[in-house]
Design a protein around this ligand. Sequence first.
Ligand SMILES: Cc1ncc(C[n+]2csc(CCOP(=O)(O)OP(=O)(O)O)c2C)c(N)n1
Ligand SMILES: [Mg+2]
Length: 551
Amino acid sequence: MTPLRGADILARSLAAAGLTRVFSLSGNHIMPVYDAAIEAKLDITHVRYEGAAVHMADAWGRLTGETGIAMLTGGPGHANGVGALYTALASESPMVLLSGHAPLNELGRGSFQEMRQADIAAPLVKASWTASSAESLGADIAKACRIARSGRPGPVHLSLPFDVLETKVADGERALARAADFQPTEHGIESKVLAALLALLQGAARPLLVLGPVMSHAPVAALIGELAKVTGVPVVCMESPRGVNDPALGAFAGVLAKADLVVLLGKQPDFTLRFGKAPAVAADCRFVVIDPEADVLQRSVNNLGNARVVLSAQADTAATVRALIKGASPKLAPVWFEEVTAAVAFRPVAWRDLHSGDAGPVHPVELGRAVQAILNMSPDAVFVADGGEIGQWAQACVGAPTRLINGPGGSIGSGVPFAFAARMARPKAPVIAVMGDGAFGFHLMEFDTAVRSGVPMVVVVGNDSCWNAEHQIQLRTYGKARAHGCELAGGTRYDLAVAALGGHGELVTRAADLHPALQRAMASGKPACVNVMIQCLPAPTVTAATTGGAH
Ligand SMILES: Cc1ncc(C[n+]2csc(CCOP(=O)(O)OP(=O)(O)O)c2C)c(N)n1
Ligand SMILES: [Mg+2]
């Protein structure tokens, strides 16, 4: 019998499941876990602000398919971190937030940093609870990871009372969780539902398969192309709060309006799909709704109206996609398939030859072009986009097999922690983030984390000295004379700030210098910031009808 502390049971259970990467900011309540991490061989990345640890665990979850683990201290540490859970929830990212917590034997008596932590996290996660004993900590962490990866993936919170972490369990080995206890459950699509779905696809003239955000995660993203190929039905994965007008989907809105059957696989007919109402979707378009969660399924059917939903069923998204790939015989509607493919790939012709010249500032399209050239050199490159208008430009102009964006939650600021975690997950791959100057400021200090950890990601700042997305709202809604309060200091040298933290900095004021600056940043072997002075433009709206031509 080996006596183990609760903290050892937690740390060793995580290690048994291969979850050794922990993104953390220390604090009194979790120091027993830091101590237990030595024997358990957990690798702790110590960040500079709690929200960054949560964003890193989110990115880790999306990139690896493992549960990302963030660990914060109790009270204010927990409170600082929970906001970042919203991004993970909306992007269906499997992660667990572990937070230290006041000891159970002091609760209600004014304990240090005592707070109703599980209640605070509850609306932002799939499940949220406080561990009640050292004996059950192994089962708790396994359950948290199982919930995070089952059904619609998402974040889970577990609070860790200090006395629970410190209590010694006489037969500690017996309390450890095993790798199998962490495995998610899968809920596949019933064969008769699959048959009905395939028949509906065959019978439709202009069908569309629309997938929810989980299908953009790296371990399953390649299934999107396969699904389109095998079924012969156009497939779109939606993960932007700009919805049908997501510039990364080109002129998709135009073809969506023509569809006669829209199959939603884990995709909710929410604001991003204009609730499925005309004119975004034709009034007589029929819907199939497959969703992992019964309550979401019901809400989706209610949003669309019973009469328009010809088939609805509960099943996991990736499992359904796999079943479709296995069961489908190709549909022969090449004209429609080509029309949708061309619409999604469509970008205004004028962008192709767009050049701002030597005077600068750089046009966002030129910035995108230069980043794309670097990403193209490596098939496992990761592209991260964040920020307001520049984020939209970047997403319209840059593509990569692995892309991480702040997602349907629409919360800016995660780009630096995302890029850091991506480079950690893929130590040999180029990782380039494009961010706004506003968004960049949220987690600038994580360059210190990157320098300490030797993680050389490249972050390109589209510097327009402005919170431009909000400035554009002011211009559109209230007029130029009433646009105020959204300026940032002119031409801030973010590159020098990063260099001061021990990273590599590049300043770019004209397009011709972009490519060499990016190359130097990549070659530096350091975490790098390429600070690009850009034009302050509204985000692109891509519609085939108004732009005349495609490339
Ligand atoms: C957490 C969070 N805070 C505020 C906002 C509102 N918001 C969206 S875009 C934006 C401006 C971002 O500025 P920047 O990153 O410089 O990009 P730009 O629009 O200037 O290209 C703001 C404040 C948000 N979406 N998320
Ligand atoms: Mg800006």
